[in-house]
Design a protein around this ligand. Sequence first.
Ligand SMILES: [Fe+2]
Length: 569
Amino acid sequence: MTESRDSKFPRDGEPDTPDMLDGEHDYAMWDAAYVLGALADADRLEFETHLVGCASCRQAVTELTAVSPLLSLLDYDHVVAPDFADESTAAPPCPDLMTSLLARADQRSAAASDRSERPPSLIPAAVVDAQTVFPVFRTGNYAPVHDELTAFDLPVQGSIPAELNGWYLRNGPNPRSGAGHWCVGDGMVHGVRLENGRAAWYRNRWVRTESFERPFPNYNDDGTRNLHASIANTHVVRHAGKTLALMEFSLPYEISNDLETLGAYDFGGKLMDSMTAHPKICPATGEMHFFGSGNIFEPHVIYHRADADGQLTIDRPIDVPALTLMHDFALTADHVVFMDLPLLFDLSLAFTQQNERDLPYRWQDQYGARLGVLRRDDPYGPVRWFDIDPCFVFHVANSYDNGNSVVLEVLRYPEMWRDSSEFGTDAELWRWSINLDTGMVEESQLDDRGVEFPRVDDRLAGAAARYSVAVGSGALVRYDLQRDTASEHRFGADGSHGAPSAPGEAVFAPAVGESDELAGWYLTYVYDPVTDGSELVIIDASDFEGDPVARVRLPRRVPHGFHGNWIPD
Ligand SMILES: [Fe+2]
């Protein structure tokens, strides 16, 4: 195995710029909002004293004000160190201080919580009762909205391309009550209908699963999972004429074009497994490839395939030693690739966890990490496993065959959830090249920006897409994966595209009749904390760094969410 991590994508036409924050202070940034929003006054005072001497934490808080109006309300808009501050002596070590403050906040939370024994759950039992939480995910644009709106003929700045006829749909967590962790809130789909150059309507609708509508057990009487129990909050995809809201531990839920929930979808009774929120639709065959995971009992992972008509044709167990958090996988023209990474479900933690903000998964050094390669033309054949350096990956950006190698471009975390399930470090773009002849995996870091939610032109799923767009800090980052360069479409005060703003995942909508990756538009919801509102922003892919071609003003902010799709007519 070889590794090189010395390269960083230069930005097209720009010199390199230093990162605003390192991983340690990203952690502090999120926790800053937590402690400022949740601690007693005495603890706040201690944190403010720390801020005076710690330039990095001040910078973190200043950045956070861009996405959290709460901090503005608390007068943290402009945190400035006085001239007399001596940073060398005034600043205690950030991790220690934050650990201490977080512990005190947890104690307050625990004291206020009336806990009872719960059955094990892959996600906290809080999902179905008193939802758990990062307080930061209850503030700013992480906070949920409380009702469902319908608005017609939305105001537009610029011009919506007339050939964009369809729906832009995006899913995300929107808890109805409690203080729920962002990741496990009830799914809500936000959609905009584009039609002949106008934004015909906006709707937001909860995915009204059976467990949304009434108390519903996570497990059946025989101990198996109740796959109808779902928060359906992660993705929304269309295949074989059905639009499916997805969350990886349950069945899909079908929704209508008007975002009304039609019911659980089990492929005509054939799917007796959960379905990943990241299925892959092969543009050549129309097949949908996916897997199910989350079963405490073996098999922990099952690979599934549905044909272009939506008929389930393949169910094939994948042998892995333990139940890990397997969020995504990869498809190429000839292979599927599974990521067996060292973030393991902890049954004892699920039974005993006291912190409702926690998820029962933990990093395990001894587990190792490996990639499992299965030939598409031999779906019941052997899975070849290849060791890689331990890491965690939520999302694969791009994957393709290259001669006798299988290449994955992924957003890689050095580790995940060692001591708690709080997010600490950023993901960065890496490339894995699996040599099927030698059995070796070449691992190389391509960039050191922190990014997430990567997308390519989905018509190139399984092929070598040239471009992948991910969400960075106040910007969309587009990687040119052939030239190993990157460019940014910036939002915010230091960019040219409006007020400080936070974009979400950007989806590519191709121009009709065109096959080029630059012939089309990127669609994303962008939140503006100044107005506490959101827009659907449409960016010409051939002018990525330029002004958007259209900004559709939405009737209300769209909370930060996960994934979505452009669904053309
Ligand atoms: Fe995801």
